[in-house]
Write a protein that binds this ligand. Structure first.
Ligand code: OXD
Ligand code: MN
Length: 586
């Protein structure tokens, strides 16, 4: 009697007609074969074995370098269950249309079957997925990003409890590219792209879109959040989870070298992109990182912005669409060295100044998490780590102060639901446009976001020790257009204030938007920053926020009556508080 997995694999083989089927066990021998396959295909090179042992450089098709939200669909029976922020296709139409593309798509190719585990091997919070793919690059990347092969296969046994994901590169024609999610049957179909966020199905497709649906059904949370531990001078570690839109520095924050290390404050990394969280018996929300690696944006990463990752990616790492030096080492803008003579750009062409960036702006490194010097000793703790604070943030040149704390959970959900950010290169489309990105989940919520807000509100009421909710903005600019805050390792000063607020200390002033630190509440010693800059960073401008209120109302409109009443209450509350301040000033 075939197992449910064997039956599904047979079914997709009948559809896609591969030349051979390879079941991945995650062994070293298999890895060698996969790498050889990639080298033979000509789109992958070995990096300098002395300085980057086991390092690979992969060059993707230039039309396939970022997530493609316009062709990412949630396929629910009812369109309203996908909601106004998702693209929707009916399941029968999706199966017909994209099924026709999958038909025979793997002819002449190997079909790899990758059983994988999202989360630590012994954690009850972990889940199993199986990706079937015709891309060797996907196999090599899944090996870094998940616990794949034997461990997952053994945990699955003959059970049907896995999320199937079918992936084919097809012919990489962007007009035949579809990233489909069927949350009602917990199924993923991805066709026509090899880009990480579209093709490594454990990541955005399973761990966020399908998992967010499961989390609502089963009473837990799947969030686009990094997880870090802040150690204080007594050695106590307080865990925080933070949501920022793509390419806003989550990886750098999670792996930060603290500017306050001499004072005993140190940051430990648990995860850099996704958190799965459940209420535990101790009354805290406990988080695991479902992933096993980091898939980070390379440009802008260097010894000053993220020294820990620069150490980590020296071995066993895959680089995608970065430039290559004559020493066969990876190079990108912001790596702390000038472009060397003889640089080869991400398309494999000789690079010369004036030719544009040598590395694609969304080029990536894929590195095993355990290699990070900052990795937390608890990163694979089956029970997860208890979360004391949620931090929302975005990239905002104006409006949002450096940090503020919400008044209570419901207000915090409003703060998360209304975050906005200037867009980056992580997805196709215009860069630098401000868009609302609730909880940084806009591209990743697998269902109607109004219901997602409801889930947040309801779950909060069930967490005896609910995390306090904060908002940060490292990107505020002054009148001269320059960033006011130095960012990176200095951000620990903000985390320290958050820790103090969690512990019921930390000075703050009440403003219409929440509690903002008083200028003397932040630990600023050793930092060359003027009092007026700090005041500007912490300023809450009533006119800006009144405008923000209008934009928020416009953003809420399409959700109609499905939007929880509580968010409208919070909106009205903010309006009232701004009004009161305006009246007092007159
Ligand atoms: C990512 C993203 O790659 O959010 O993590 O786009
Ligand atoms: Mn992300």
């Amino acid at each position: 009697m075939p197992t449910p997995l064997e039956q599904w694999v047979e079914e997709v083989a009948r559809l896609t007609k591969p030349e051979r089927i390879a079941w991945c066990d995650g062994s070293a021998r298999e890895q060698e074969e996969i790498v050889n396959q990639m080298l033979r295909a000509g789109d992958t090179l070995r990096l300098n074995p002395q300085t980057y042992p086991n390092g690979l450089l992969h060059r993707s098709n230039p039309n396939d370098v970022a997530r493609t939200e316009a062709v990412t669909f949630i396929c629910t029976r009812e369109e309203s269950d996908a909601g106004p922020t998702n693209h929707w296709m009916s399941p029968p139409e999706a199966k017909r249309k994209v099924g026709a593309l999958f038909a025979g798509a793997m002819a002449g190719r190997t079909m790899y079957v990758i059983p994988y585990l999202m989360g630590p091997a012994d954690s009850p919070i972990s889940k199993i997925g199986v990706e079937v793919t015709d891309s060797a690059y996907v196999v090599a990347s899944m090996r870094v990003m998940s616990r794949m092969g034997k461990a997952a296969q053994e945990r699955l046994g003959g059970s049907a409890d896995f999320v199937p994901g079918l992936h084919s590169l097809g012919d990489l024609d962007p007009t035949r590219r579809y990233i489909l999610h069927f949350p009602e049957e917990k199924l993923i179909w991805s066709f026509g792209s090899g880009y990480g966020g579209n093709a490594l199905l454990g990541k955005k497709c399973f761990a966020l879109r399908i998992a967010s649906w499961m989390a609502r059904e089963q009473g837990w949370m799947a969030e686009h959040m990094l997880i870090l531990g802040l150690e204080d001078p007594s050695g106590k570690v307080t865990y925080m989870a933070a949501a920022f839109p793509s390419a806003c520095g989550k990886t750098n924050l999670a792996m930060m070298v603290s500017a306050l290390e001499a004072q005993g404050y140190r940051v430990w990394t648990v995860g850099d992109d996704i958190a799965w969280m459940r209420v535990a018996a101790d009354g805290y929300l406990h988080a695991i990182n479902p992933e096993a690696g980091f898939f980070g944006v390379a440009p802008g990463t260097g010894a000053t912005t993220n020294p820990h990752v620069m150490v980590a990616l020296r071995r066993n790492s895959i680089f995608t669409n970065v430039a290559l030096t004559p020493q066969q080492e990876p190079w990108w803008e912001g790596i702390d060295s000038e472009p060397p003579a003889g640089l080869i750009d991400w398309k494999g062409q000789p690079w010369t100044p004036g030719k544009g960036p040598a590395a694609q702006p969304n080029s990536r490194y894929t590195v095993p998490a355990y290699q990070a010097p900052s990795i937390s000793p608890h990163w694979e703790d089956p029970a997860g780590v208890p979360i004391s604070a949620f931090i929302f943030g975005g990239r905002r040149a104006r409006v949002a102060p450096l940090v503020y704390e919400s008044f209570h959970w419901q207000h915090g959900v409003f703060v998360g639901a209304t975050i906005a950010s200037e867009t980056t290169a992580a997805t196709t489309g215009a860069v630098g446009v401000t868009r609302r990105d609730p909880m940084a989940m806009l591209p990743f919520c697998g269902y109607n976001m109004a219901d997602y807000f409801r889930h947040w509100l309801e779950l909060g009421a069930r967490i005896p020790h609910a995390p306090k909710i904060f908002h940060v903005n490292w990107f505020r600019k002054g009148a001269d257009g320059k960033f006011l805050w130095p960012g990176f390792g200095e951000n620990v000063r903000v985390l320290k204030w958050i820790l103090e607020r969690v512990e019921g200390r930390g000075r703050a002033a009440e403003t219409p938007i929440g509690y903002v630190p008083t200028p003397d509440a932040l630990t600023l010693d050793g930092l060359n920053i003027s009092r007026s800059t700090i005041e500007e960073l912490l300023r809450v401008d009533s006119a800006d926020w009144t405008n923000e209120l209008q934009e928020t109302a416009r953003f809420f409109e399409p959700f109609g009556p499905r939007l929880p009443e509580e968010l409208l209450e919070e909106h009205a509350g903010l309006a009232r508080r701004l009004e009161r301040v305006a009246t007092a000033k007159k």
